[in-house]
Design a protein around this ligand. Structure first.
Ligand SMILES: CC(=[NH2+])C(=O)[O-]
Length: 125
């Protein structure tokens, strides 16, 4: 097992790694739209916060040597279900033609009052 720390993603806000490699499978911790340096939430709406969340997720992928096409599953937590379409727009643009499995739910009280958190699982052959 390998614990992965991504210097270009926002710092972990608890005792966890940005990602853990277990064999050919990578488990990425939840990413939120914190700025990687300041730790301040980036964006006042879903489009902006989703973009920053995916930027942070991409930093973890990069650190682990993974590509977007290695994503097999994501879990998405939205503070407001009314943001579903706005989230899908940003998410779809990020993925291009790739279509990982996904769970998307509304929840409350996300870290830092964020509108979104997303984790992911990757697999490499
Ligand atoms: C933000 C986050 N991933 C956590 O576990 O607190």
């Amino acid at each position: 097992m390998e614990f992965i720390h991504a210097s270009k993603a926002c710092a972990s806000v608890g005792p966890y790694s940005h990602a853990v490699k277990a064999g050919n499978t990578y488990y990425l911790s939840g990413q939120v739209p914190f700025h990687p340096v300041s730790g301040v939430v980036v964006g006042a709406n879903m489009a902006e916060q989703a973009a920053q969340t995916l930027t942070n997720l991409k930093a973890v992928l990069d650190e682990a040597g993974l590509k977007i096409t290695d994503l097999v599953k994501t879990t998405v937590f939205l503070a407001n279900w009314g943001d579903f379409e706005a989230f899908n727009e940003v998410y779809g643009n990020f993925l291009g033609d790739h279509r990982p499995a996904r769970v998307c739910v509304e929840t409350s009280n996300l870290a830092g009052g964020c509108l979104i958190e997303m984790d992911a699982i990757c697999f490499v052959e």
